[in-house]
Design a protein around this ligand. Structure first.
Ligand SMILES: Cc1cc2nc3c(=O)[nH]c(=O)nc-3n(C[C@H](O)[C@H](O)[C@H](O)COP(=O)(O)O)c2cc1C
Length: 201
């Protein structure tokens, strides 16, 4: 629906965007968002740009009841890629599944719908969706983090989550109350990522 820009938006939105920072899962504690807050975060994902409305991404919630299963996936994925991994290393891998009150997996489908929309566009849409979720999480006072890791590409994880062949597990999104935060890393200046075609530095 068309709307006139609101005069308070530039400042409020700018502040919100700058306030978002990665809070790693080990620093995200209970309470997590309630159902209404969580729904508001997820609803924001639906406003992501999506070429052709393919909805090439989805989130898989990993509820408390499935954290132990995810822990075993992490441990098995470690064993698959490193036969010499120790029990201690497997335990460290398991432990990661229990962090953060809300844990989501972001999955992108490389092939659904129009084949003219390539993977880079699908990933871009997914990135916008996940950023929308994190911004609403920030607005509601919660911390969030994206994390990756080798387990995402493992057959064990793909099987456990029943990912279809053209789907990729891109990253985890953790959300919770901020127990402690690190300083925000220095952010690049506009000049670091903007050039003007036709002008030479
Ligand atoms: C797809 C993706 C995966 C990420 N995975 C990890 C990760 O596994 N571990 C980590 O410490 N940070 C991870 N990050 C977070 C970045 O390191 C972080 O965004 C960056 O340091 C900038 O910090 P900021 O988010 O506070 O601005 C990931 C970011 C993205 C976009």
């Amino acid at each position: 629906m068309p709307h006139a820009p609101r005069t308070d938006w530039p400042q409020v939105v700018g502040e919100l965007i700058q306030a978002r920072q990665t809070i790693l899962p080990r620093r995200l504690v209970a309470p997590g968002p309630d159902q209404e807050q969580f729904h508001a975060m997820l609803e924001a994902a639906s406003a992501a740009p999506d070429h052709g409305q393919l909805l090439p991404w989805r989130f898989v919630l990993v509820p408390e009841a499935q954290r132990a299963a995810l822990a075993e996936v992490f441990a098995q994925a470690l064993t698959e890629r490193d036969a010499l991994a120790t029990d201690e290393q497997r335990e460290q891998a398991r432990e990661k599944a229990f962090r953060a009150p809300r844990l989501l997996l972001l999955v992108v489908d490389a092939a659904c719908g129009d084949s003219e929309v390539d993977l880079s566009e699908r990933l871009l849409s997914a990135g916008a969706a996940v950023q929308n979720v994190m911004l609403v999480a920030t607005a509601l006072g919660f911390g969030s983090a994206l994390t990756s890791g080798k387990a995402l590409k493992s057959d064990t994880l793909r099987r456990a989550l029943a990912l279809r062949e053209p789907e990729q597990a891109v990253c985890f999104l953790s959300i919770g109350t901020v127990a402690s935060r690190q300083p925000v890393p220095p952010r690049p200046a506009v000049a670091d990522y903007l050039s003007t075609w036709g002008s030479h530095p």
